[in-house]
Ligand binder design. Structure first.
Ligand code: GLU
Length: 446
């Protein structure tokens, strides 16, 4: 097999959408799996739709996701330039060649010397190709009208430029969205007009929402741009893992896979034909899994900016690291740390119903809580000393197990469940804990 060369060819018309990221990733994975080249080409011929900074932000987000490339506008390469607007002479040259050979014709704009160039669709042809995802597809030339390859302003249309570029950039395989299936016969006729080898196409399936509808950029119920995930504190490795499963499935029964494993396993035979469901819960699960794998130190650095933005005053590095270790397991995405923090330190303390019932039903609760309060008054509020105070309370009141721990926990946190109590209380601070205990006592004595 010749050296694999694939490309991701975005139009710099906006931010990096999940669908584009998947196209980029599948091309990247295919290239890396086959030790080939991955190229980025900017298709900027739709001038009205180009947005300033569009190219840079796309590349930046791809880098963040963990992709790298061999040739691109920013890196250069043997087959550049890599922006279509810098290749206009080339398109003109090949449009002229078709004109000279009678395979295309001029179409003058009324009252002007400017003309567009239209491709003459051959009669009676069938355009067949073997799609890597969908198998054999075929189109009849009678269903395709003569189409413009070069507009009267000298700018090529997508279907023409893409062929010239893929040919001269020696592209061997093309993975792209299924909206391009119907463009493919037009592209094939251009390859044939020049006698060039046609790359192998693979049109990936739609990404759909819960209602089986194509993800629409306007649908606000699903976050769809890579930059937004980044801002929310999703980890790039998690998104990479999740996106790789949108239309591909590994041959092994495991879905949490590192980038290297995915590259190793990425096999174009396992691209799926069925639409891929954008499963938000699965993304959350994968992200949560990756967050749990962060070391304590990594997690501290991961959550720090979110807390800083939220205006949290860090009492000390030790305080932050205690807070981090307390909330690490529950944090599903970075920005959530703020909710967890607020929930933890919330001013309007209250007791959940089942918890309140528990302490009301247990006759020793009140004395346990009171004794615990009396003992913590005089101590330095550190986890070990708090732990000792709980134990001592048990001895003094003559309770143990649930009857000891639950009243202490419920009176100070309002819940029967939660992270390690002494650590948590020490973070809350003595005054808050005593205020909560007083409130609980007032409820029990009422
Ligand atoms: N610029 C096209 C797009 O963004 C590229 C399509 C292709 O890969 O051929 O959809």
């Amino acid at each position: 097999m010749k050296k694999v060369r694939v490309r991701y060819a975005p139009s710099p018309t906006g931010l990096l959408h999940i669908g584009n990221a998947r196209t980029a990733m599948f091309n990247y994975l295919f290239a890396r799996h086959h030790k080939g080249d991955f190229i980025i080409r900017i298709e900027d011929t739709d001038i009205a739709r180009n947005v300033k900074g569009g190219e840079a932000s796309q590349l930046e987000n791809l880098k963040w996701l963990g992709l790298d490339w061999d040739e691109s506008p920013d890196k250069g390469g043997l087959y550049g330039p890599y922006r279509q607007l810098e290749r206009l002479d080339l398109y003109k040259k090949y449009a002229n060649d078709l004109l000279e050979r009678g395979l295309a014709y001029k179409e003058y704009k009324e009252g002007s010397d400017n003309y567009a160039v239209r491709f003459k669709v051959p009669k009676g042809q069938t355009y067949c190709f073997n799609d890597m995802v969908r198998g054999s597809l075929s189109f009849e030339s009678k269903d395709i009208e003569d189409w413009i390859i070069l507009k009267d302003n000298g700018i090529p249309t997508y279907n023409f430029a893409v062929v010239i570029d893929d040919h001269f950039m020696k592209i061997t395989h093309v993975f792209r969205g299924e909206e391009h299936i119907t463009n493919t016969p037009k592209q094939i006729m251009v390859y044939q007009a020049f006698g060039w080898e046609i790359p192998i196409f693979g049109h990936m399936t739609l990404i759909v929402n819960e209602d089986k509808k194509k993800l629409s950029k306007r649908d606000r119920s699903i976050v769809q741009f890579i930059g937004q995930y980044r801002d929310l504190g999703y980890l790039p490795q998690a998104l990479f893992n999740f996106i790789s499963l949108l239309g591909w499935s590994p041959s092994i029964n495991e879905e949490i896979l590192s980038q290297d494993q995915i590259i190793e396993l990425f096999d174009s035979d396992r691209l799926t034909k069925a639409p891929s469901f954008f499963d938000v819960d699965k993304l959350t699960f994968i992200n949560h899994t990756y967050i749990k794998k962060l070391s304590d130190e990594e997690f501290v650095e991961f959550i720090r900016p979110f807390l800083v933005n939220h205006g949290v005053k860090m009492k000390s590095e030790e305080w932050l690291s205690d807070l981090a270790s307390l909330l690490h397991d529950r944090c599903e995405y970075g920005a959530q740390i703020v909710e967890l923090y607020d929930e933890f330190f919330k001013a309007d303390f209250d007791i959940e119903d089942e918890a309140l019932n528990f302490i009301k039903e247990e006759t020793t609760s009140l004395s346990t809580i009171k004794q615990f309060k009396a003992l913590i008054r005089g101590i330095n509020f550190e986890p070990q000393l708090i732990q000792d105070a709980i134990k001592q309370t048990g001895k003094d009141v003559g309770v143990k197990g649930k009857n000891l721990y639950m009243p202490c926990r419920i009176a100070t946190t309002g819940s029967m469940h939660g992270p390690e109590l002494p650590k948590m209380l020490s973070l809350l601070g003595k005054q808050t804990v005593i205020d909560r205990i007083n409130y609980t006592i007032s409820l029990l004595e009422a």
